[in-house]
Design a protein around this ligand. Sequence first.
Ligand code: PXP
Length: 239
Amino acid sequence: MKRLGVNIDHVATLRNARGENHPDPYHAALHVVKKGADSVTIHLREDRRHINYLDTKKICKLNKVLVNLEISINNKIVNNALKIKPNYVCIVPENRKEVTTEGGLNIIKNKNKLSKIIKRFKKKKIRTSLFINPSLKDIKLSKELKVDCVEIHTGKLSNLVKLKKKYTTELNRIKKCSILAKKLKIEVHAGHGLDYKTTKILNKIKEIEEFNIGHFIIGESIFIGLSNVIKKFKKIIKN
Ligand code: PXP
């Protein structure tokens, strides 16, 4: 069965908007797993725009929650991650000005650095993944780097689907990459910009073992969860 990882960074974004403690990503981590998520993803960004160091430490200490920590190749962040010891890490590119992770890693440019980082995580038995674009060359390079998993960036596919444009070429690219990765014994994950429709489309690729989804799940929960919260308030103010 394919696994679902829920990215809870947006819970921290909402909390930070008020500078108070609610909604707490620590409780969100516990809650999403209680409700069926297979793991929780958090991204400790260099600019700490959502999840902070303390959140990361607390969430990674949770026994019943498998935590996938997204990190850049920044030395300080890597050292922090090795200290905190999440269950999994996913190495992603990071650009200060981006709204979200806009593409996969430039593996060629960072090959030596990535190789050293992957070795350090493997030594600690932490499952390590690389966030990559759907490119066969990057799959082959990932194999050379002896990484456990790749997460294929699905942002382009998602945009095409949302804009009702032709997406078959991009889908085939993701499929070919997934088949090659599986053949090379690299576990395949997919993530970025996924919603119900794009996940349904990608679910047909049997080589994909894990989906990591954030923005849509948190956004959609507002609508699905709103009725319960309103009912609770109506009950409180009834008398
Ligand atoms: N996977 C990775 C590696 C990411 O960087 C992100 C975005 O933080 C996601 C998945 C989730 O993307 P989205 O929030 O668009 O679902």
